[in-house]
Design a protein around this ligand. Structure first.
Ligand code: SME
Length: 137
């Protein structure tokens, strides 16, 4: 049953569902604060493997969200400063922080191969997903 699965298995299933059901979600993954270090560590994901399994706070879109505690929508990655490219097929990115007891403990990161695909509906939906994820961590 669901309750017997590990947290990582559940997170992986969320990634798989999002990538499968939403056509403009092409890479879906979780990054989490790496212990006491000022860096993020890659968790469960679906899509192309990435070299960026550790991201220092402040670096790239993910690292910026780790310090800003805000959603970050990038409609065009080619026009974005402080962006870490993982794949040449990626056109856009959205990162939404995950809060546990008010603390930013990680994030969901989604890449799209479609230019400028993310709307306020994506933000609201992914905030909802992150709130649900926070309850199983
Ligand atoms: N593009 C991200 C790095 C992570 S990959 O998208 C999987 C960034 O700029 O932080």
């Amino acid at each position: 049953s669901l309750t017997e699965k590990t947290v990582d298995t559940r997170l992986k299933h969320i990634c798989e569902l999002l990538e499968l059901e939403i056509p403009h979600y092409n890479w879906v993954g979780f990054y989490f604060k790496n212990g006491d270090k000022n860096e993020l560590k890659l968790g469960p994901y679906v899509g192309e493997p990435t070299d960026h399994t550790i991201i220092p706070f402040g670096k790239g879109i993910c690292g910026q969200v780790a310090v800003s505690n805000k959603n970050f929508v990038v409609p065009d990655v080619a026009a974005q400063d402080n962006y870490i490219a993982c794949s040449i097929t990626v056109k856009a990115e959205i990162v939404i922080p995950i809060f546990v007891n008010g603390e930013n403990i990680g994030q969901i990161d989604i890449d799209s191969n479609t230019p400028d695909p993310f709307t306020k509906d994506d933000e609201r939906f992914l905030e909802f997903v992150c709130e649900k994820v926070a309850t199983i961590l």
